[in-house]
Design a protein around this ligand. Sequence first.
Ligand SMILES: *[C@@H]1O[C@H](CO)[C@@H](O)[C@H](O)[C@H]1NC(C)=O
Ligand SMILES: *[C@@H]1O[C@H](CO)[C@@H](O)[C@H](O)[C@H]1NC(C)=O
Ligand SMILES: *[C@@H]1O[C@H](CO)[C@@H](O)[C@H](O)[C@H]1NC(C)=O
Ligand SMILES: *[C@@H]1O[C@H](CO)[C@@H](O)[C@H](O)[C@H]1NC(C)=O
Length: 448
Amino acid sequence: MLVLFLLAVAFVSQTEARYTADWTSLDARPLPSWYDEAKVGIFIHWGVFSVPGFGSEWFWWHWQGQQPPDKKCVDYMAKNYPPKFSYPDFAPRFHAQFFNPEDWADIFKASGAKYVVLTAKHHEGFTNWHSPNSWNWNSVDTGPHRDLVGDLGDAVRNRSLHYGLYNSLYEWFHPLYLNDKKNEFKSQDFVMHKLLPELYNMVVRYRPEVIWSDGDWEAPDTYWNSTEFLAWLYNDSPVKDTVVTNDRWGQGCACKHGGYYNCEDKYTPGQLPKHKWEKCTSVDTFSWGYRRNMKINELMNMSSIIGDLVRTVALGGNYLLNVGPTPDGMIPAVFEERLRGVGAWLGINGEAIYASKPWRVQTENTTVPVWYTSKGSTVYAIIIDKPLKPSLQLLEPKTSSTTKVTLLGVPNALPWSPVKGNVGLNIVLPELPYTPGLAWTLKLDGVQ
Ligand SMILES: *[C@@H]1O[C@H](CO)[C@@H](O)[C@H](O)[C@H]1NC(C)=O
Ligand SMILES: *[C@@H]1O[C@H](CO)[C@@H](O)[C@H](O)[C@H]1NC(C)=O
Ligand SMILES: *[C@@H]1O[C@H](CO)[C@@H](O)[C@H](O)[C@H]1NC(C)=O
Ligand SMILES: *[C@@H]1O[C@H](CO)[C@@H](O)[C@H](O)[C@H]1NC(C)=O
């Protein structure tokens, strides 16, 4: 009886270990395991900025924030809009009249992604949900008159994908923020009366499993109350056991504090980082939000997307690929084609990606560039964007009497011979029943 009681006490105290509002405690939280296993996510930048669709989602800042303003944006507005037209006048034109969350979720599912992250609020401050702290500057009071965050969340979760929300801490033109900034962030009126009530509300309402924080860089984490928020998130929020966060929680936090690390946009490390990380990148290389004047040669093509994904996963990262929907609520067909292409590739090669771990060697260049991943005692050698040659050499794996080589998508084992002793393999490639495109995967069992 006493033993049982002590066990019960030990169990309770372990499950109720609480995080304190400091980085030492918060950074020690283990990352919920779903995130590393997921590997691939879809990022969506959607908001009022999608209406001008000019330059990027930073249009408002480039037009009326930065000094001097961007001449291209000023000229564009002068030429195409009436003289008194203001940025908020774009909001009623954010119609989303073709937005069908089920169609979007079908595309995301077909892409092979395991999570989806939507901009709940970008730097312009417009919320894609009915935030009580964003009166008349949200998607229910104006524009689409619809809870975009909630509607997409239902459809995404219905397909067993994880749902995350992007949230900008700062807002370019919020009067309380500008005033705190003028006070060199010694006052916290924006944080207490706008940011935090809204953020707590958003988490309780939508239960996001990723909080993709951004817009932190002008002020320290103590201004944003980041550690207090995260302690609540990890201890007491409705998503405390499954939520993951990134590292944008105040000046100096990137690549140092938080959950997984984004470091910087499109971060591309040269070798295996010590901490779990994510590469976010965008099919449109010029913008995260929709651009009406995008051209095909400004977009990532299929082979560069797959190559980037493979390299990211081999280096221990997750790959978050962004698309910008139109203000009408459509995912441009060219983005849909890319996403379905990623899914087609993962349909054959996903075994080497999902729930994989970095191998002891991440890459080698022998006959072709190769990226490695592993799962248990299986090693995957992924070859990017090269035509098949009749034979191929891998120098890093050490072979044994049980070594077996297969090509994902082809049932029969491939013949191979050692390069030297038990080091390396010469692999004879077969006549294939399909044309390998973009990248293809050799599965190596019984190697070290
Ligand atoms: C998705 O929705 C359908 C129809 O409402 C329902 O039957 C199904 O259980 C849902 N699936 C998940 C995973 O929520
Ligand atoms: C913000 O942090 C301060 C301490 O730095 C704390 O007293 C206050 O309760 C926090 N507020 C919220 C809403 O987290
Ligand atoms: C894809 O894009 C990359 C990078 O811009 C380029 O080097 C490559 O030639 C392109 N491939 C095709 C098939 O167009
Ligand atoms: C492989 O070759 C590429 C292109 O020549 C080079 O950039 C890269 O550093 C090489 N990688 C290794 C591990 O040698």
